[in-house]
Write a protein that binds this ligand. Structure first.
Ligand code: 0L1
Ligand code: MG
Length: 262
């Protein structure tokens, strides 16, 4: 690590204030180019600790930048992980207030809930499927705290991987008998199809994303406890939304998830 604990705390406050005040900021590697990966996750952990100290509960974890479409869109090369908050959870079919966000975008995702803990290293798709209780359709609403979504990987990790809101659909299915690799997804904005994909868009199989998360956490001496809710990353590129827009995502075998932005 290259940053002092004081600097980590200051940067956590800076980024969390950007979220809470809805004021975008410059990417933090501009002022702290010496920052390394451990510093980036330490800032994310400090943001999480700040929120938990105020009573926020952690609703789950997310993987980001897990599809080639997303990596190409953002000009980055590696997946990242972050956390989901209780206040980020929005109702399926409900309204999402854009006044609380800076520049939201939606991503269609497949989510997992675990019935057994998972710990890396060495975790693979087979371990994930054996540990999965059920899968659910989900939509993430990301909202980078950086001006114009301009960032590098370290800055985005520190900013909790742009985590903002998420909507989970009500149809849950066991992973057995579900071909998650070929599962089709159709994303509609204002009644028009704007993106289509299959589950394989996420690292070849969405369960690979959970395995990668377990391995990334394992490298930091952490594990995924039973019951963890995990969003595996957008199957398509992210689609910008604004007040007045409505979004419906149709998942083969898993129903629909919808929301409107007000
Ligand atoms: O969930 C995601 O894939 C987003 C990761 C952060 C990058 C972004 O804001 O697009
Ligand atoms: Mg996402």
């Amino acid at each position: 690590m290259n940053l002092t604990q004081d600097t980590i705390e200051q940067l956590a406050e800076h980024l969390e204030n950007a979220e809470l005040r809805r004021e975008p900021v410059r990417k933090i590697t501009d002022t702290h180019p010496e920052m390394d990966w451990d510093d980036a996750y330490a800032i994310q952990d400090a943001i999480r600790a700040r929120k938990q100290a105020r009573g926020t509960r952690i609703a789950g974890l997310k993987m980001g930048l897990t599809s080639f479409a997303k990596m190409r869109q953002m000009g980055v090369t590696d997946p990242v992980y972050g956390f989901l908050t209780d206040y980020g959870a929005c109702m399926d079919g409900g309204a999402i207030d854009t006044a609380a966000l800076i520049h939201p975008k939606v991503e269609a995702e497949i989510a997992f809930v675990l019935k057994h803990p998972l710990k890396g290293p060495g975790c693979h798709i087979g371990d994930v499927l054996a540990a999965t209780d059920f899968v659910l359709p989900a939509v993430e609403v990301i909202d980078s705290r950086y001006e114009n979504f301009r960032f590098d990987l370290k800055s985005v990790i520190a900013d909790n991987t742009s985590s903002a809101r998420f909507v989970v659909g009500g149809t849950h299915r066991g992973a057995e008998g579900l071909d998650l690799k070929n599962l089709g997804v159709v994303l509609e904005k204002n009644g028009e199809v704007v993106a289509t994909a299959a589950g394989a868009a996420v690292l070849g199989h969405p369960a690979s994303s959970v395995a990668m998360l377990a391995n990334m956490l394992g490298a930091r001496g952490r594990e995924l406890p039973a019951g963890t809710f995990i969003m595996t990353g957008g199957v398509t590129e992210a689609i910008a939304v604004a007040a007045g827009d409505s979004v419906t995502v149709r998942y083969q075998h898993l129903g629909t998830v919808s929301m409107r932005f007000v």
